[in-house]
Design a protein around this ligand. Structure first.
Ligand SMILES: [Mg+2]
Length: 244
């Protein structure tokens, strides 16, 4: 596999923590002359952190709203995949949402977001979460639930749309079937549809029935949850004993 695309939370982490296995994955990918592109619902500012401290060249953040590239000189180049008007309108809706549903808890990283915002639904009561969802539906705002947030945005944004754009404009030498995607949640569904080679780490089990498009391979067992699952599968793949 020439390029490994992967979700971050729940896929490259274990029980919410970034552990040593993440660095084993980075080493494994580098050793086999492949490349990792993280495709995450986390904020633009998280993307800056990851590009600064991990050996990555490109990263796709905010669920596909923005691509960040680190040049050889260490400079960051950001490309928004939504229109400026949509960014402005989203900021206005976020203010209205807080006015109409004062109990809404915005994610701590919302200040570092540009093309989307995120709600900490895990810390809110279900009734209020429903009100938030209804606000989005009523106002034609797109939203998607990951294992940590409900992200919302305006414009035609998805992880798969961003990766499609990325492949055409940043990596035209790459063929879709030379790529592989790892994910674990509902917001990875567009990727499971887009790529022929997809893997769900074993913790995907909790949302599997809700997914219309499922990963081609679904890892099983506690040992294959999150980053451990990615590592085990990648190792087998590079040893040429895994499927695809
Ligand atoms: Mg995830």
């Amino acid at each position: 596999m020439k390029c490994i695309f992967s979700d971050f939370d729940g896929t490259l982490t274990n029980n919410g923590f970034l552990g040593p296995v993440f660095f084993d994955i980075l080493n494994l990918i580098e050793k086999h002359n492949s490349e990792l592109v993280i495709v995450s619902g986390r904020s633009l500012s998280w993307g800056h952190f990851m590009l600064t401290h991990f050996p990555l060249k490109h990263i796709i953040m905010e669920g596909g709203g923005v691509i960040i590239t680190r040049t050889k000189d260490g400079e960051f180049i950001e490309e928004n995949l939504v229109y400026d008007e949509e960014i402005q309108e989203l900021a206005e809706h976020t203010i209205k949402l807080k006015e109409q549903i004062p109990s809404v808890i915005m994610s701590a990283d919302s200040f570092g977001r540009r093309t989307d915002r995120a709600v900490e639904f895990l810390y809110m009561n279900e009734k209020d979460v429903d009100k938030v969802r209804n606000y989005f539906i009523k106002n034609n705002i797109n939203f998607s639930q990951s294992n940590v947030h409900i992200n919302f945005w305006l414009g035609d944004v998805s992880k798969a749309n961003a990766v499609d754009y990325y492949l055409k404009n940043y990596a035209p030498h790459l063929n879709k079937d030379e790529c592989l995607f790892y994910g674990d949640a509902m917001n990875d569904e567009s990727m499971f549809k887009f790529f022929p080679n997809t893997v769900g780490v074993s913790n995907i089990i909790s949302v599997l029935d809700s997914l219309k498009f499922k990963p081609k391979i679904i890892l099983e067992g506690k040992d294959n949850s999150g980053a451990n699952g990615v590592y085990n599968h990648l190792k087998d793949l590079f040893d040429q004993s895994a499927d695809f």
